[in-house]
Design a protein around this ligand. Sequence first.
Ligand SMILES: *Cc1c(COP(=O)(O)O)cnc(C)c1O
Length: 360
Amino acid sequence: MPDFCIDLRSDTVTKPTPGMREAMARAEVGDDMSGEDPTVNRLEALCCEILGKEAAVFACSGTQSNQMGIRAHCLPGDELLIDVTGHIANFEAGGPAVLSGVSCRTLQGTNGILDVTDLEGKIRADNQHLCRTQLICVENTTNTGGGRVYPIENLERIGTWARQHGLKVHMDGARLFNAVVASGRSPAEICAHVDTVSVCFSKGLGCPMGSILVGSKDEIYRARRARKQFGGALRQAGIVAAAALYALEHNVNRLQEDHENARAFAAAIEDIEGIHVQAPETNLVFFDIDRELGNASQLSAKLKEHGVRINPAGPQRMRACTHLDVNRIDVLRAADILAECVRSGFAHLAGASTGPYARG
Ligand SMILES: *Cc1c(COP(=O)(O)O)cnc(C)c1O
């Protein structure tokens, strides 16, 4: 085993920096369940301002804030519409069904992105036999859809269409700030077309935990009750909210660097025989492996032996993720190691041809 590890499995592997830890140690705190944690209150107010919504509630994780959003919009027996690759439908352990009695109707979009043409005809009639179509979920940036930025025109069309038909729209913005940096649009501009938005602080923003859900006062009132029911209401949560405030100040603009490193990595592997890489839009690089070479789990195992961690994202697909704990030298070195692993072969290694595939 080499004495180094270039970890491209996820932007969730980042560790809080000394500056972030210092901000956490200094945080003013109170009992958040009584609304008395000044740092949480400051974070919630700032997120309302940045994302352009009336109200906000801090949550433990992106999964939790998504599920709070679903509960805020839906009743048991409702269904939500979501792209087939959606995190909410695939990687939240059946949360909508378990926590809110909501079924997910998955639709085939393009690279995880929906448009009105995908949604048309999917609202069920008001009829005792049918579930009530209530919510549309969009993911920005898409995760397993390819790390893509939702075109603002799609969001505008979906938002308008949803309002016309009495549906709500929730944006799973776990990587919203990657979309902000990649598109050059403001967060408020992107969020204007949807009702609620969740953002994850523990992805590219580098926090140990934490998420925010924003929306209208009524929606967030209901979401706050859901947070309590889901066991996510906290006491001196200012310690973690301080990390989020620090991240919003220091770690947003630098996401650009992650995107550049993703492009550099993609460019460095595109000529490897048997590897087919998609041009990345953000910090996620997806590439497919020719079957003759072996499968993604086998390549992942081989890379691990050589000090590079990249997770399979499908039987023949890998997902490499850049983040604040890897730099340009690291990703280029990882690309060299990948080339060498492919050249020397990996089909002999143990590696299941089925999941679990990349989630975070
Ligand atoms: C990571 C992620 C989440 C939330 O994940 P947590 O691990 O619960 O914070 C939600 N949606 C998407 C698209 C994600 O990538």
